[in-house]
Design a binder for this molecule. Structure first.
Ligand SMILES: *Cc1c(COP(=O)(O)O)cnc(C)c1O
Length: 247
């Protein structure tokens, strides 16, 4: 059973890897410029463990509670795997303390208040600095999360002044049901503007299963792939686990 699953995951990984490779080639970029996060939300720790066997050790989740449990399970299943856990989902301030216990990076920081809560949590937990990306809203729909582009500079400046957070770049989710190209273009411009004041903020996290080619064309350095690697999540889990839902 696990052998079958491992073979299926290996095949899917090969196909996604080929898409990423071609997209890099088409964009005249080196493959090494783009890292791949496996988004394991709704899938069991056993799948995450198999992905680490296949060499994918950057794993992403979008809900604190599920992720905390899964990270502990994966650590037990694969004590020697050097897994890095990434939080990519909407986050409430009262979860900050819990998130900093399992996450190596939080990509979904979209307000000064949330950044402040994470900074405090890092200091309270006495853990190393937390890598963060600011999540930009590029679909004109603040309900789906993300910091409005005009407020991005202020958020980045705040993070850069904290003792507990390290600003690594910008993340965004493409608009639903529209051509992602123009949105990714606005995102790339925003990321470039941000880098003028924060040269260390080199990451541009964009692109999911359906749009990773366009994202790589627009400079993505980090694609977040769930469905194309692990399969469909089903309707119920899509609703509770989609990037825009309030959980
Ligand atoms: C679920 C999720 C992904 C992965 O989406 P797929 O379409 O399944 O590849 C990427 N980013 C975020 C923020 C997500 O919540």
């Amino acid at each position: 059973m696990s052998d079958d699953r491992k073979a299926a995951l290996a095949k899917a990984l090969e196909q996604v890897e080929e898409r990423v490779r071609r997209a890099c080639e088409a964009a005249g970029r080196a493959r090494a410029e783009v890292r791949m996060l496996a988004v394991t939300k709704t899938f069991p720790a056993s799948d995450a463990a198999l992905l680490t066997d296949l060499g994918l050790t950057d794993l992403a989740e979008n809900r604190d509670q599920e992720a905390g449990t899964k990270a502990a399970e994966v650590a037990e299943l694969r004590p020697d795997a050097a897994v890095r856990w990434h939080m990519v989902g909407r986050l409430q301030r009262n979860k900050a303390r819990s998130v900093v216990r399992w996450a190596d990076e939080v990509q979904s920081v979209d307000s000064v208040r949330l950044a402040g809560a994470l900074d405090k949590a890092v200091l309270a937990e006495g853990r190393p600095r937390l890598d963060v990306l600011v999540q930009a809203s590029i679909d004109g729909d603040p309900a789906r999360g993300g910091c409005p582009l005009p407020e991005l500079d202020e958020l980045a400046a705040y993070i850069a002044r904290t003792g507990g957070l390290r600003l690594r770049g910008v993340m965004a989710v493409a608009p639903l049901g529209a051509d992602p190209g123009p949105a990714f273009e606005r995102l790339a411009e925003a990321a470039e503007r941000l880098r003028r004041n924060h040269p260390e903020a080199t990451e541009l996290s964009a692109g999911m299963s359906g749009d990773l080619e366009q994202a790589i064309r627009h400079g993505s350095t980090c694609v977040r792939v769930g469905t194309a690697l692990l399969g469909g999540r089903g309707l119920a889990s899509l609703e509770s686990g989609s990037p825009g839902s309030a959980r």
